[in-house]
Design a protein around this ligand. Sequence first.
Ligand code: APR
Length: 249
Amino acid sequence: MYTNAPLAIPDSLVQALRQAQHIAILTGAGTSAESGVPTFREAQTGLWAQYDPQELATPQAFQRSPKLVWEWYEWRRGLVAQAQPNPGHYALAQLEQLVPTVTLITQNVDGLHQRAGSRNPIELHGNIMRTKCFAEDKIVTSWAETGDVPPRCPRCGSLLRPDVVWFGESLPYAALQEAQQAARTCDVFLTIGTSALVQPAASLPITAMEAGAITVEINPQSTPLTRYMTHVLAAASGAALPQLLQAVW
Ligand code: APR
């Protein structure tokens, strides 16, 4: 699926990374693909193959079929709990030891960056392992196991839901502000493993480019961003990132 062929890394990119004081990174589901977590737009398997994720990951779907949506997330939580960070996640965590400022912005909800050692990823779309009250929009860490599916908020009795951003919902304001500020001020912006189809995350690399940053896309496929990037490494992140760190530091 992914070749480990040596990557041709332009010398200008090596120099830019070596001199960078601030590297900002946007990751998408592709960075977790080599950990066995299906990307968002890959066909789902088994019981869930009949459902389109974009039909399930909405507040309307949850209000219409709370049990179905809760059980879909329970299935995905199970996948994520079994997954291990891959060499790409570890390379991004290691970057934080090598560069004065690294801002890791992720669209992923699987928490694998934290498990690989990234200190403070900005989770634009939340985290599937966290649960919140649908009505209060506040995190809930424990609830009575009454057999209700979904379980209910111990404070107000409303349904509990995963703490992830669904289609049609706004992103956490502070997280987005921090991500946009990093895109405006970084020296190098890496966009890794994202199809760049979902806003506002997909605009971050363009913001960085417009602010004069060197931009790099790491993705085996091309995306709407590819044509704007300073450099494109058409490779899997789990293979490319360790080679990139090896070549630069
Ligand atoms: N390494 C790097 N990129 C990869 C790899 C890999 N090993 N495998 C696949 N990819 C790329 C694919 O080519 C694709 O461009 O990862 C991208 C995955 O795209 P999506 O499945 O659309 O995931 P993502 O871009 O993260 O979706 C963005 O949209 O679906 C919503 O909220 C959801 O956070 C998600 C957001």
